[in-house]
Design a protein around this ligand. Structure first.
Ligand code: 8DG
Length: 149
């Protein structure tokens, strides 16, 4: 069988606020991974960079304006697409600055600010779980680098 080398790139962002806490989005019940909580984002479309796709997705889904320069690459996760080959790559960025108060603008979605201490208790799609763990470690790393307070 001919192998497929397609790579689908999906981008997502951890909007990190004081706490620290992070904005999570609940997927619509009727879609893949329905009802699970994910980092906001979506597929990179033709002609877009990962960063411009994320600026578009967060505008459409949350009504938030992000500057590409405020997107810090944080981690990624991958998944095979099936026996024919191909894979999905989910790139997670982190942002500490944005404009606008995030709202759930897409039908049948919700958003919530989640404390880092409760993040891993949320039901998440498979690729978001290791990314959430990376996010938590990144903040712990900052705390260690800054030393005891
Ligand atoms: N965040 C996340 N997305 C995943 C995982 N596994 C997986 O196949 N996906 C897919 C579901 C979606 O097709 C895509 C996310 O892009 P999206 O948010 O634009 O998807 P969507 O369901 O709104 O749109 P579509 O697939 O109907 O075109 O990634 C995962 O573990 N985490």
């Amino acid at each position: 069988m001919e192998k497929n080398s397609t790579v689908i790139v999906v981008v997502a962002v951890a909007l990190v606020g004081q706490g620290p806490r992070v904005l999570m989005q609940k997927r619509p019940a009727n879609k893949a991974h329905g009802g699970l909580w994910e980092f906001p984002g979506g597929k990179v479309e033709m002609g877009e960079t990962p960063e411009s796709a994320l600026v578009r997705e967060t505008d459409e889904e949350l009504g938030v304006a992000l500057e590409p320069a405020d997107l810090e690459p944080l981690s990624f996760a991958t998944q095979a697409l099936g026996s024919a080959g191909g894979s999905m790559v989910l790139l997670l960025y982190r942002a500490r600055k944005w404009r606008g108060d995030p709202k759930a603008l897409e039908p049948d979605t919700e958003v919530a600010w989640v404390d880092f201490s409760a993040l891993l208790d949320l039901p998440m799609p498979p690729l978001d779980v290791p990314l959430a763990a990376s996010l938590i470690r990144s903040i712990e790393g900052v705390a260690k680098a800054e030393g005891p307070s």
